[in-house]
Structure formats: structure tokens, C-alpha cells
Write a protein that binds this ligand. Structure first.
Ligand SMILES: *Cc1c(COP(=O)(O)O)cnc(C)c1O
Length: 385
């Protein structure tokens, strides 16, 4: 086959579909002189809340800030513990440390890469205040079981939906089931802006109001949005700007069709690769609908003596023009920054093995049948030698 470069993600294909709409809207905003706040932002918040079936949405400037403000809004801080997964982007645990709490890492399920719910109760102590599950790679965690655990132990659930906008559990959108849902609009996420952005969803008016205060320096706004310069909390500047809100409003209308394209691409990979014994394909859990932010396979035996080492395979694929990614090569409990928590290698064996075996294949709306065929062809070819 001729070598054609296949990127892990190509955002220009998304943009082509909506370029006229987006470019016209951006010009309109540039000419309006209204760049921060206003109806563009509140309209997007209403649309996003409506899409999720939640009472409130508060937009902010990143997924990281969304998670941080969720913890602050729930009064989680010094002396508290928060349970989360070691297999996620570091932002999930970073915010726990930033509010002064301790991240408690629980091992993952080998099939879904999400938190192993059976292992959570043993990690709960008197200090535990919340659990942050991550719907990793677009695959929802079992929210029915998780909410039951939360109820039994009286804990908050903060859903990290950064990789799963549009995914559902039992026909409910992720982010609408826990106490707070946190979203990222980083460009490569399922709903991605043209820059940074984020949002929180909740059905609790007290939480929503506190997040609004935190988002803007703890500033109290009276009805009519009048500025008071009275500050009730130490907050941050985490507004979503009007340009991003406008672009996200347009993209939200395409989210379901883009997620469908990802689902079709995932089925096609399944069909192309199901007979390849050396790799394990991602499992779709019943009860949930994944939105495939990543299509992540496992190289079954990645012991160093065999030819099947994941990193060697990745290099060979690259030589044939296929770019793959490794999310994530080092579990969070082993990160240098968390040395002070004294986690040892070997304590979370499932995630430690997964980190050595995972490989994410090219996956994005607009990926072509030919690109998927070439990816599968090269993968099989590399596995033979
Ligand atoms: C991207 C991501 C975040 C952080 O979002 P930003 O918008 O980049 O701050 C948090 N958690 C997970 C799981 C992510 O993938």
C-alpha cells in the first residue's frame, strides 16, 4: 500500500463542515465589541443544560477549572480525601491536590479502563468526601452502581466528562447523573472549541450559584447583572469568552452526528480487527453508550522479550504512516509529582499493566474508510514480524 500519513486526530475536517457558519459568527462578534459574557455565553449555557437535561450549566474556561470549582463548591479541602482513578489525564487529580485534599487512587477494571467499582468501598475512610469517576475514552462508567455507593457512604459524585460529552448511561447523559458534571472543550474533545473552554452541569441551585461566584472572583452580581464589587469568596477568573461560546453553540448542533461518526468508525475497526489474536479490542459495556473519544486497543502480551512490545509496534506503525498515541504511559499514582503520597509500584497492578499495553488508533469524525483500512492493514502487517 502507498504510504499516506494518517493523523491520530484531524480537526480541520470538522471545521470544513461548519466553516461558513463559524467564520460569519466570529466576524459578527468581533464587530460587536462584546467579547466577555452577555447573551452569547448565557445562550450556550442554556443549550448545554438542555442537551443534558440538567437544570443548570455554568460555562468556564477549562475542564480543569470546572473540576476545581466543583470541589470548591462542595467545600472539599484540607484534610479531606477524594477517590479517583489513576488512569486519566492529570487534571483530574491535580485539582484534588490544589484544594488541599488527598487523591486516593483505586485500581481500574481491565476491560473498560474505568474505576473498578468493587474496589471502591475498601478505599473509603472517614475523611472521604467525594469520588471523581472519569468516563475514560468516551466510555461511561456504571453510574447506577456508583450512585448506590455514593448513597451508602454519603459521598458526592463529581463526574469527569471531559472525554465523554454526549455519552449516556441508561439513556441519561453523563454529567446529569452525579451531583456535578465537569466538561472540557479542549479542541480534541468530543465537543471542542477553537481554544480552551469548559463547563459544569448540575441540578442543584446552591451548587450552581456557588460555582458562578467562584468563576468570577467571588463577585456578587445583583439581578440585572449589575456590578457590586462585593466579593463573598476567594474565586478565580474562569469565564468562557463570547467567541468560544458562539463557536460551541454551533458545534453543539453537530455533536450527535459527530459522535455517530465515531461510533461507526469504532464498529468498523471492530470488524477489521476482530480476528487479530494478538490484540484486545475495546469493550462496549451494556447499559452505556460510548462516544469513542479514543479507540484504544491492548497489545495482549507486551513482555519485553516478545516481538509484540507496544512501543516497538507503535514505531513500526509510524514508519508506515500511521500515527497512534499512548494514553497514558504512566499511571498517576506513580507520577513524580505524587512521590510524597508514597504509592509503590505493584500496588495497583491492573492499571500498571494497562499503561504498558494500551495503544490508541486514529479516531475522529471524518476519518475515512480507506484510512481505517490502511490502519488495520499496517497493524496486522506489523504484528507478523
Ligand atoms: C482534557 C481532560 C481534562 C482537562 O480539561 P482541560 O479543558 O484541558 O483543562 C480533565 N480530565 C480529563 C479526563 C481530560 O481528558
Amino acid at each position: 500500500m502507498p504510504v499516506k500519513h494518517i493523523p491520530p486526530v484531524d480537526l480541520t475536517r470538522q471545521h470544513q463542515v461548519i466553516s461558513q457558519q463559524v467564520e460569519a459568527k466570529v466576524l459578527e462578534i468581533l464587530r460587536s465589541g462584546k467579547y466577555i459574557g452577555g447573551a452569547t455565553v448565557t445562550d450556550f449555557e442554556s443549550q448545554f443544560a438542555q442537551y443534558h437535561g440538567t437544570s443548570y450549566c455554568v460555562a468556564c474556561n477549562s475542564g480543569t477549572d470546572a473540576l476545581y470549582m466543583a470541589l470548591r463548591a462542595l467545600d472539599i479541602g484540607e484534610g479531606d480525601e477524594v477517590i479517583t482513578t489513576p488512569f486519566t489525564f492529570i487534571a483530574t487529580s491535580e485539582v484534588i491536590v490544589r484544594v488541599g485534599a488527598k487523591p486516593v487512587f483505586v485500581d481500574i477494571d481491565a476491560d473498560t479502563f474505568n474505576l473498578d467499582l468493587a474496589k471502591i468501598p475498601a478505599a473509603i475512610t472517614e475523611k472521604t468526601k467525594a469520588i471523581i469517576p472519569v468516563h475514560l475514552f468516551g466510555q461511561p462508567i456504571d453510574m447506577t452502581q456508583l450512585m448506590a455507593i455514593a448513597k451508602t457512604y454519603n459521598l458526592y459524585i463529581i463526574e469527569d466528562c471531559a472525554q465523554a460529552t454526549g455519552a449516556t448511561w441508561n439513556n441519561h447523559k453523563v454529567g446529569s447523573i452525579g451531583h456535578v458534571g465537569c466538561f472540557s472543550f479542549f479542541p480534541t474533545k468530543n465537543l471542542g472549541g477553537c481554544g480552551d473552554g469548559g463547563a459544569l452541569t448540575t441540578n442543584d441551585v446552591t451548587i450552581a450559584n456557588k460555582i458562578k461566584l467562584l468563576r468570577e472572583h467571588g463577585l456578587v452580581r445583583e439581578t440585572g447583572a449589575k456590578l457590586t464589587y462585593r466579593h463573598d469568596l476567594t474565586g478565580l477568573n474562569s469565564r468562557l469568552d463570547a467567541l468560544q461560546a458562539a463557536i460551541l453553540s454551533i458545534k453543539l448542533q453537530y455533536l450527535d452526528s459527530w459522535n455517530n461518526q465515531r461510533q461507526e468508525a469504532a464498529s468498523y475497526y471492530q470488524q477489521l480487527l476482530e480476528n487479530v489474536t494478538e490484540i484486545k479490542l475495546p469493550l462496549a459495556v451494556s447499559g452505556g453508550v460510548s462516544v469513542w473519544n479514543q479507540y484504544t486497543i491492548r497489545i495482549q502480551d507486551s513482555s519485553e522479550e516478545t516481538e509484540l512490545n507496544r512501543d516497538t509496534l507503535r514505531k513500526k506503525l509510524q514508519q508506515q504512516g500511521v500515527s497512534s498515541m499512548v494514553y497514558y504511559p504512566l499511571p498517576l499514582h506513580l507520577q513524580p509529582v505524587y512521590q510524597n503520597f508514597n504509592y509503590q509500584r505493584g500496588t495497583l497492578p491492573i492499571v500498571e499493566q494497562a499503561a504498558e499495553e494500551v495503544l490508541s488508533l486514529p479516531m475522529f469524525p471524518g476519518i475515512t474508510v480507506e484510512e481505517q483500512q490502511q490502519t488495520a492493514y499496517c497493524l496486522k502487517d506489523c504484528l507478523v514480524y
